[in-house]
Design a protein around this ligand. Structure first.
Ligand SMILES: [Mn+2]
Length: 430
């Protein structure tokens, strides 16, 4: 018996208002898909089994380096954050796990387990933090962490990552994501080669501490906080890291961590081809690492990324199991609404990629028919797959319209009364 945050009665009442329309829309889409040889029930079943992890840091209001404008009823700590994550899961049935960030979410693992169990949640990849100094730590990360010139600072950063593995191991996590802010702001400030050597040696020490069934994800990012050079700046360096470390090391692709106009879907294809795609941090961006809601700026790009994932699935690549996580900063919206919406957009891109006519696409590619190949993708992208998403939620006990149901629940107003000393989330999103 789980401790529901949104009553099943309310979800039932709200779904009742929309059930007839969904039945009719779902039947119409089913007929359309049947004409191209696709089975809507099979697609719905696949969508229902697609999950994305919610980041604990995403349920607090984010901010920029200029300001943060907190909302009402913000979570005061990890246990409030887990309550908010449960709301997202109960309504979408797409987010059964939470990705923790240490030290922000540090707590007794037994209490974390008990709370997660009471909410029907699990834990996804652990995230370490050596891009800021924790109170009282012996060595500062001002000039780097895993690649720092000082051995004691590197050792401290390694130790922190090992602690993240230990906490993760106690709460059922199976992966560690490592992103560092190490880099330089001035030409000449660091020796690129020595710095990368130090980083690789430190990562090898962390790798040695991984349990047998764990994976380690290195996350590349082009710039920020370092503005001249970054140690793990792109997928090329990231691939070198994963290949150097070993079979349990993979590359994590954060969609916002590339130069504008970078062909991210092709990076994804390359990493898949060489079995080094670890997973994603989903978000969207217009200019840089904007951490905007997934699918809010360029839904076509998100679809094209999923087109590569479904292509790999279609080819039956062995051991292909990328981790799906959201990594966003919500500055002007209710974070719960943004995360509900993002989980749906991610599933939407997946559903659209599932209805691509792959046999036709392959035929057009073989015939060098560029126009029809492109049109085959566009046709799937243009399809309104909302009935599939809604049906998948409904069958799993979620809401046909999760945002409307969330608003009807009054959850935010209720927790606002219970969380007077709200400290909010972190604005520092990686
Ligand atoms: Mn990220």
């Amino acid at each position: 018996m789980t401790d529901s945050k949104i009553s099943a009665d309310l979800i039932g009442t709200e779904n009742g208002k929309r059930a007839a329309a969904l039945t009719s829309d779902y039947a119409a889409l089913g007929e359309r898909l049947a004409r191209q040889g696709s089975d809507i029930e099979a697609i719905t079943a696949k969508v229902a089994e697609f999950f994305v992890a919610v980041p604990s840091w995403g349920v607090g209001t984010g901010g920029t380096r200029f300001a943060r404008f907190p909302g009402v009823g913000e979570p005061r700590g990890i246990f409030d954050k887990l309550d908010d994550c449960a709301v997202i899961q109960e309504l979408t049935r797409a987010t059964p796990t939470v990705s923790l960030h240490i030290p922000w979410d540090k707590a007794d693992p037994r209490e974390l387990n008990a709370k997660a169990k009471s909410l029907g949640l699990g834990f996804d990849a652990m995230n370490s933090n050596t891009f800021s100094d924790a109170p009282g730590q012996a060595h500062s990360y001002k000039f780097g962490s895993l690649s720092h010139v000082d051995a004691a600072t590197r050792a401290q950063a390694v130790e922190h990552n090992i602690e993240c593995i230990e906490i993760g191991n106690a709460i059922g996590s199976k992966a560690l994501t490592v992103w560092i802010g190490d880099g330089s702001n001035f030409p000449g400030q660091t020796n690129f080669t020595r710095q990368f050597e130090r980083y690789l040696a430190a990562m090898a020490d962390i790798y040695k501490a991984l349990p047998g069934d764990w994976r380690i994800f290195s996350e590349h990012k082009m710039y920020e906080p370092a503005f001249y050079s970054t140690v793990v700046q792109d997928w090329g360096s990231n691939l070198l890291i994963a290949q150097t470390l070993g079979d349990k090391a993979f590359c994590l692709v954060d969609l916002g961590h590339h130069a504008p106009n970078t062909n991210i879907e092709m990076i994804v294809a390359r990493l898949i081809q060489f079995n080094k795609l670890g997973g994603f941090h989903f978000n969207d961006s217009k200019y840089g690492d904007d951490d905007l809601d997934a699918g809010s700026i360029d839904p076509y790009r998100l679809f094209l990324v999923f087109n590569e994932l479904v292509d790999a699935e279609h080819r039956g690549i062995k051991g292909f199991q990328p981790a799906h996580m959201i990594d966003q900063s919500h500055n002007v919206t209710d974070p719960i609404e943004s995360l509900i919406s993002s989980a749906n957009e991610i599933r939407r891109a997946y559903a659209q990629a599932l209805i691509v006519d792959r046999a036709a696409l392959e035929g057009y590619q073989g015939d060098n028919d560029a126009l029809m190949a492109s049109d085959t993708l566009k046709r799937a992208f243009r399809a309104d797959v909302e009935p599939i998403l809604a049906q998948a939620r409904l069958l799993a006990g979620g809401a046909i319209d999760p945002i409307a149901t969330y608003r009807a629940s009054g959850y935010r107003a209720k927790v606002a009364g219970e969380r007077p000393a709200s400290i909010g989330g972190s604005g520092g999103i990686v």
